[in-house]
Write a protein that binds this ligand. Structure first.
Ligand code: DX5
Ligand code: ZN
Length: 236
């Protein structure tokens, strides 16, 4: 009998991580904002170019400054930009531990992933909500993480798309079948109210933007999300 809250499959997660997105932070005071969240497992940096998504945020120069100012922090770059093959490797060169680029913006995702890995970073593939995971079954071992958007990318503060939960579950099944340790990140609308259903479906890395930075005590929210994600996380 599976205890309540535990997944019914043979999922064994080696980790669960909370990556706060700074999109909803005060972007003019990033150093201070990052110091408010010492419990974060990484900083999720949303790079937007006003083409791939209808919003413009920050780019490589700011990422380089964050790297210099916060040498001990895991930087998780999420590139929502066109021409990913051309631009993504520079974020690895800048010292981001993880670089996510979108399949929909890439002509050569395997080559780009190999370049990112060769530069010493984790390579991650992002998928819009409407992009299926199944055709990628043979590709996922080229990546260290799959980012599943659980909102249409472009803005923080949107409502979690419940229709994405089966896709998280199917991605977990593909990862298990691959036999490799590939993180599954969910991004968009993740909060105290939605993290457990993502966890149950098989996600192990959780981006939370507005849930963290709109709170009076952002670090308390992170600790609460970490505790909730630990529910059902066998092997953590
Ligand atoms: C949206 C970004 C997300 C966003 C998450 O396109 O990729 O990282 O900042 O923000 P919330 O948690 O508010 O949905
Ligand atoms: Zn993001």
């Amino acid at each position: 009998m599976t205890p309540v809250g535990l997944p019914t499959t043979s999922i064994v997660r080696v980790t669960h991580r909370i990556h706060p997105s700074i999109l909803n932070a005060n972007l003019a005071s990033l150093d201070d904002e990052i110091r408010r969240i010492p419990s974060a497992d990484a900083i999720h940096i949303d790079v937007m170019d006003n083409h791939f998504v209808p919003n413009l945020t920050l780019g490589l120069p700011v990422v380089e400054c964050l790297r210099a100012n916060h040498p001990g922090i895991f930087l998780d770059a999420h590139l929502m930009i066109e021409d990913a093959d051309r631009h993504a490797p520079a974020y690895a060169e800048a010292g981001c531990e993880s670089v996510t680029f979108h399949l929909e913006a890439s002509q050569a995702p395997i080559r780009t992933a190999r370049q990112i890995r060769a530069l010493g970073s984790r390579a991650s593939l992002g998928l819009r909500p409407q992009t299926p995971i199944e055709p990628l079954a043979d590709l996922i071992t080229e990546f260290d993480m799959i980012l599943l958007m659980t909102v249409d990318p472009g803005f923080g503060g949107q409502t979690f798309l419940d229709v994405m939960v089966p896709k998280i579950r199917r991605t977990r099944a593909l990862v298990e079948a691959s036999g490799q340790e590939i993180w599954i990140q969910v991004d968009g609308g993740v909060s105290e109210a939605t993290i457990e259903r993502c966890m149950d479906a098989g996600a192990d890395v959780f981006v939370a933007g507005s849930a963290v930075f709109r709170a009076d005590d952002p670090d308390a929210v992170i600790r609460d999300l970490q505790a909730r994600a630990a529910v059902g996380c066998r092997g953590c």
